[in-house]
Ligand binder design. Sequence first.
Ligand SMILES: [Zn+2]
Ligand SMILES: [Zn+2]
Length: 420
Amino acid sequence: MKITIHRGADQIGGCITEICSESGNKIFIDLGHNLPSESDEPDKYDNPTTLSTLLEGVSAVVYTHNHGDHAGFFAHIPEDIPQYMGAMGREVMQNSLEEQLNTAQRAGRTQRAEEVEGAIARLNKFRTYATARTFHIGDIAITPYFVSHSAADAHMLLVECDRKRVLHTGDFRDHGFTGKGLTPTLARIGQVDALIIEGTTLSRDGSASKSEYQIQQEMLELMGRYKNIFVVCSSTNFDRLAGLYQDTLKIGRPFVCDQYQKHQLNTLSKYTGKFTSLYNIQNAWTISLNNNALHKRMFEQGFTMVVRNNANFRKWIGFIKEHIDLAETICIYSQYLGYLEEQPSLREFVDSFGCKVEYIHTSGHASPEAIEEVCRTLNPRSAIIPIHKDATSDFHTLNLPDELKAKIIAADTAQLGIPI
Ligand SMILES: [Zn+2]
Ligand SMILES: [Zn+2]
């Protein structure tokens, strides 16, 4: 078996890992876009020639989860290469693309609408996998294991061939609502020959990560002090949305979102609501300018409203602000702080609320302590291959025994390919 990190060994995002068996069967794990924050240059694979050269001889692409820095090129992959993802993660992507299609059609952007239609058609051909169910691509066996992350339906992938076992962690954490499942999952996987593992927090959000329970408590405390709560957060960060929803229910106010967010929450409830009431979100209200029953409740009782930076929300927020006291109102900024620097229009959107703004957020990525736990528990026989980390972060700074530190593979070696 040979592992090649085509991209991601010395940058966060843009992940592309190749695993090739002795017989020459080659699969990719993730094929992601560069994050805008990581590079100012256009992505070199945003080009049919470089992408098809990269994909030569690849028999499948298996995604750990649906974030763009892992699955960003899916629409451009030739149809004869099968692509795999968890069923819920695939549906979340479909909801998002349908929203993009509606937006493009409403704006009369025909070319953009056609592009999105093409992406939806490609997504419809995805094959889906389920946690702990092994599937085969030629002589390579893959077993996905569900793991907590800020994306819906993220998985670690155990890849086995040539009597070798490799775990690719994708993006993960142990401080989400389902994070306590990490330790038993690692015990189930057992020892591996090589571990490909993310290291985002060695440079980014490196402070001790708060748990989603702590975040939920902080939100609840603010709901006790403020009547009206606007929350800027991702529509697919389901731990955050579920925590907010349950807090809002507890305090007896309406939880308000738009059609698209409601659609995403319906997908969450459909796939996971039967396992836990936390993710069963049945009573979210949909905002509009003529829903008088909702307006009456909002202005009397207060509300929690999840907002996004777009023209519709600006219109709705403008209307709501005419009916509420801004001294009783707070805007919670609940996503990566760096976006405020990278996106001036987002900064302007947050400023436009005219009320107090508070930052409450925790990372979607593994803390250094969680990374150490995974390395120690899986105790790889030959290699620890760091990915999804910036060029200056060094796994040798982690608190690991010397015999494990000796197995850490440098980025330039990983890019050339490592025989396992
Ligand atoms: Zn990522
Ligand atoms: Zn991710």
